[in-house]
Design a binder for this molecule. Structure first.
Ligand code: FE2
Ligand code: FE2
Ligand code: FE2
Length: 165
């Protein structure tokens, strides 16, 4: 049981990575002019995501009530913003990795905005007010109601925003 709990968490992490990796391979294949291969990569990315979600659902104590899950998601954002990224930003700066540092900085900033979204969500848990969300495909900034002309975090144009169903 103990080994299996650990293996579930390993499998969840590996499948999550495989899904993201295949999605990026798909973008590359598309760019290289292989739309059919891109299609295949997207299919397998989706399949690996099915595996990741299946394992997460089987892990004990990971999924709570929606109220608890909002709190968990909030804590993850806070931790990423306050603990994980600051150290990575410092390392990237030390090593002169300018673009990577910028990606870490933007991600750190965006995580605290995600935290705010969850904080507000906790307040209107019971209101059934309909909100539209638009996500910046470059930095992950989430905009409510409309896509901005320019992303306030990374400067991406409106067309880079994806409306969430
Ligand atoms: Fe898989
Ligand atoms: Fe986040
Ligand atoms: Fe952005």
């Amino acid at each position: 049981m103990k080994k299996t709990e650990h293996n579930l968490s390993l499998a969840f992490a590996a499948e999550s990575k495989a899904s993201a990796r295949n999605a990026v391979f798909a973008m590359k294949a598309q760019k290289d002019g292989y739309p059919q291969i891109a299609h295949l990569f997207r299919a397998v990315a989706e399949a690996e995501s099915v595996h990741a979600r299946r394992f997460l659902r089987l892990m004990r104590g990971k999924i709570g009530s929606t109220e608890e899950n909002i709190e968990t998601a909030f804590q993850h954002e806070i931790k990423a913003n306050a603990e994980a990224y600051p150290k990575m930003i410092q390392d990237a700066a030390e090593e002169g990795m300018k673009m990577i540092k910028e990606a870490f900085v933007e991600s750190r900033d965006v995580e605290s905005m995600h935290a705010d979204l969850y904080k507000n969500a906790l307040n209107d848990l019971l209101s059934d007010q309909q909100t539209e969300y638009y996500v910046c495909r470059i930095c992950g900034f989430v905009s409510k109601e409309t896509a901005p002309d320019r992303c306030p975090v990374c400067g991406a144009v409106k067309e880079k925003f994806k409306q969430i169903e």
